[in-house]
Design a protein around this ligand. Sequence first.
Ligand SMILES: [Ca+2]
Length: 153
Amino acid sequence: MKRKVVTVLAAFAVFMSLTSSAFARPALPEPDSASNPNIFYGVGDYFTGTFANFDDIDYFQWTNDTGSARTVFLYFWQPNYTTLNYGINSVGISGGSAPGASTRLWSANGRENWQLYVPAGAKVTVTTRSYTYSGTDPSVPYELLLNSGYTPQ
Ligand SMILES: [Ca+2]
């Protein structure tokens, strides 16, 4: 019995070390900008942010330094299950060894999912925003995830 507990604990420790390779971080305090964006260090990272007001744009960036082209996904959602009219405002891919591509797979109720083809060395730039003046609540968080897989609607 004791041995089984040790085995379970060891498995849990391995699991924790694997999952902790992804970073969850609060977005930068305002003002972030195109030249001072939130940086994804790798696939699996995500940020929690808020919009201070209707004019607030949040900036994110990931450079594919993995050495090969990657297909990745951006998932935007509101973790408190709010449905404010928030979302991804722009996605750009530049500077790689080949052209990149991005497509929005679905969008509904303040959530959306994008698929990105990111050549080796390319830089992904993403902005997020609120789309309605009266529907901007600085107390409502959103999350932007850089994922390896699709999130169903
Ligand atoms: Ca901002």
